[in-house]
Design a binder for this molecule. Structure first.
Ligand code: F0G
Length: 396
């Protein structure tokens, strides 16, 4: 186990996770890595209709390509819907058990933590990873410790994390400081780290793409659009697409579009100089989920953009909040970070990078109730006396 822990907590360790499968030895300790071949996609399609608990999960349905176990800590997760509105598809990952896409990686990471006989798990988080970790740790009977930037996560996410029983350390500093600290703490205290530098998280998050492709009958869209913060999802999407293409599940590669908030745009800046420099910024954005200035999965995300002929775009807070109101107004709803996707599509269409005829899927990463503060619009609330006259006046 210590060898494995060093693997994932040592920032200098280069750990390729392509084409490999992770297994523990008899003590649940030392990890070997192998992946023979990914199964024929028909097996996944058959499971779609299976009633077995593990097959009900939109993650474990793909287990040969994720982590091949027959017992998992699962709610189950995934199985999220695809909405079509005004010619754009929205895959709503806010429909996962704890309200964000994080559950897909977390079910795998916590399953692995149990296999490794870990007793405590930790992460740094802007609120969604912490909520997800807290829920899965509660289910597995593990101690959960979360490091969040003090005063910088939404009330909904903080309340949810606490409700599931996690120990919450509010760090005086930003997410990037919390991230540095949790890595050191896990190393020092032998705690299992489940941020997306843990490869099992990435393995689980690949299934957003595989489930999407499956829902589209393996006929890939032209574009898949994703919010970009710590870059775990961008990395996972790249890996999912590489593997799907290599296994001939899909005849062509969709293009990835990773969208950042302008005030938290280190990846966009790197993209602008053809990834010659890895940028760091002091992040500031209304979309607190992606208020991240030094994303840990930078290198893997660069590969994802390159391998999919992808692009990186930035949108302002005003643009992403306007897009959120559009998504909310269509009756779907999402948290601010998720709305970078539609804002990005609008911008890229205006630039002529995306064409109207192209099939576009926006991945909505978090539920509308995750960030209650972002939903209050004072002009919509009219306080009145409890009289019919007052109702009439208010409706004029
Ligand atoms: N959207 C939402 C709703 C998120 O919570 C996050 C990340 C992202 C997008 C960005 O995804 O980091 O894979 O690029 N939230 C993390 C957290 C940082 O702690 O919950 P990413």
């Amino acid at each position: 186990m210590s060898e494995w822990l060093q693997c994932i907590t040592n920032p200098d360790h280069r750990y390729s996770i392509d084409e490999i499968r992770y297994t523990c030895d008899a003590d649940g300790g030392l990890l070997s890595v192998e992946r023979d071949h990914i199964v024929d996609r028909d097996a996944f399609d058959d499971r779609h209709t299976s009633r077995a608990a593990i097959d009900q999960s939109g993650v474990w349905r793909f287990r040969e390509g994720v982590l091949n176990v027959d017992k998992a800590v699962t709610h189950p997760e995934g199985g999220t819907r695809l909405y079509e509105r005004n010619g754009i598809l929205f895959k709503h990952e806010g429909e996962n058990p704890t309200g964000s896409f994080k559950d897909r990686g977390m079910t795998v990471a916590v399953t692995q933590a149990v296999r490794l006989k870990a007793t405590a798990v930790a992460c740094a988080s802007t609120g969604n990873t912490s909520s997800s970790l807290a829920a899965y740790a509660a289910q597995a009977g593990l101690k959960a410790i979360v490091f969040v930037p003090a005063g910088k996560i939404s009330s909904g996410k903080l309340a949810q994390t606490l409700a599931y029983g996690a120990t919450c350390l509010a760090i005086r500093g930003d997410f990037d400081a919390a991230m540095r600290l949790v890595r050191e703490a896990c190393d020092r205290f032998g705690i299992y780290l489940v941020n997306s530098i843990n490869p099992f998280r990435i393995e689980g998050q690949k299934t957003i793409i595989w489930e999407l492709l499956q829902d589209l009958g393996w006929d890939p869209p032209d574009w898949i659009v994703v919010p970009a913060g710590n870059l775990g999802n961008t990395s996972a999407f790249g890996k999912a697409l590489r593997e799907a293409y290599a296994a001939k599940w899909i005849p062509r590669m969709p293009r990835l579009a990773s969208i950042q908030a302008r005030g938290a745009n280190p990846f966009y800046r790197s993209y602008q100089d053809s990834f010659a420099t890895r940028h760091k910024v002091a992040a500031e954005t209304v979309a607190t989920a992606i208020r991240i200035g030094d994303p840990v999965s930078h290198d893997k995300a660069v590969a994802a953009i390159r391998d999919t002929n992808g692009i990186v775009e930035e949108v302002t807070d005003d643009e992403l909040m306007a897009a959120k109101r559009t998504i909310d107004g269509m009756g779907i709803g999402c948290e601010p970070a998720s709305a970078t996707t539609l804002a990005g599509v609008q911008k890229l269409r205006a630039k002529g990078v995306m064409r109207d005829s192209e099939r576009i899927v926006c991945v909505l990463t978090g539920h509308i109730l995750k960030d209650p503060e972002a939903n209050f619009r004072a002009e919509r609330v009219v306080e009145i006396d409890a009289h019919l006259d007052a109702v009439e006046r208010a409706l004029q």
